[in-house]
Design a protein around this ligand. Structure first.
Ligand SMILES: NC(=O)c1ccc[n+]([C@@H]2O[C@H](COP(=O)([O-])OP(=O)(O)OC[C@H]3O[C@@H](n4cnc5c(N)ncnc54)[C@H](OP(=O)(O)O)[C@@H]3O)[C@@H](O)[C@H]2O)c1
Length: 244
């Protein structure tokens, strides 16, 4: 019997283009999936269109920014997850975020605060002996503050640091925490942006790194992005300041 047959993955922000590919790939690996999103209709359509096994996928309503609902959302889960993936994300242009705190705050709420809220609830439920892994989708934009996207980047930097600490917190319970530090993906969050085509990854390619996450804390899909990640980390501030 497949070792994952009795295991369940909870995907938070499951209407993301990457998360949808994760649903398909987790099912292929034998997992059951609880797909949680604000947009349950779109997920239900996705399941039908792709002919996914409806006995193995449950669609749940989840709003990352409605923090007060998170404990009840977790309590109501019929099965407590073996794996939790946080993929909710929100991006607005940096100049807009600098001039309109409402949208900057929304990025903080979706990219960081929502993750801290729900993942802490999941992590601190010691009665759930199933839990073996928590995965957060973070970004290379959180590695260095850069002119073009530092408001969004700061929310991802905070999320990565939260995940790093959570990994230490959960190590004694043998629960692994991974941060996917991701470059450009062809998804709806980037619609309208002009990105370097040679660096854009497809959602199903990135999903493979998520569903096959191992023990490393930081996972950077794609060799080119790995190089960029290391360069960004080492770059002196005087040079980082010259980047867009
Ligand atoms: N695409 C990239 O280049 C890139 C790079 C690095 C990191 N990432 C991260 O990867 C993750 C997945 O993004 P993606 O690329 O797949 O883009 P995406 O398709 O736009 O997915 C983002 C998802 O977040 C969901 N979301 C936004 N606010 C939410 C809320 N309050 N509650 C619940 N869900 C909410 C959106 O839901 P709706 O569908 O209902 O709007 C959307 O499905 C995000 O965390 C993103 O920041 C993306």
């Amino acid at each position: 019997m497949n070792q994952n047959t009795n295991k369940t993955v909870l995907i938070l922000g499951a209407n993301s283009d990457v998360a949808k590919q994760c649903i398909i790939q987790y099912l292929e690996k034998g997992f059951s999936v609880m797909a949680a999103s604000r947009n349950t209709k779109s997920l239900e359509d996705f399941i039908v269109t792709n002919n996914l096994d409806q006995k193995k996928v449950t669609v749940l309503y989840f709003d990352a920014a409605d923090f007060d609902s998170h404990q009840q959302f977790y309590n109501d889960l019929s099965v407590k997850p073996h794996i939790a993936v946080y993929s909710a994300g929100f991006l607005v242009d940096n100049q807009k975020a600098l001039r309109d705190f409402k949208v900057a705050k929304q990025m903080m709420e979706v990219n960081y605060m929502g993750g801290v809220s729900i993942l802490s609830i999941i992590a601190m439920d010691e009665i759930n002996k199933n839990l073996e892994r928590i995965i957060g989708l973070s970004s290379l934009s959180g590695v260095r503050g850069r002119k073009s996207n530092f408001v969004y980047g700061s929310t991802k930097a905070a999320f990565t640091q939260y995940l790093a600490g959570l990994r230490q917190e959960l190590a004694s319970r043998k629960i692994t925490v991974n941060a996917l530090v991701i470059g450009y993906i062809r998804t709806k969050i980037n619609e309208g942006l002009e990105l370097n085509e040679s660096l854009i990854m497809e959602p199903d390619y990135v999903a493979k790194f998520i569903v096959n996450a191992g023990n490393s804390f930081t996972i950077v899909p794609n060799f080119k992005w790995k190089m960029i990640y290391h360069i960004l980390r080492l770059l002196p501030e005087s040079l980082a300041a010259k980047l867009p």
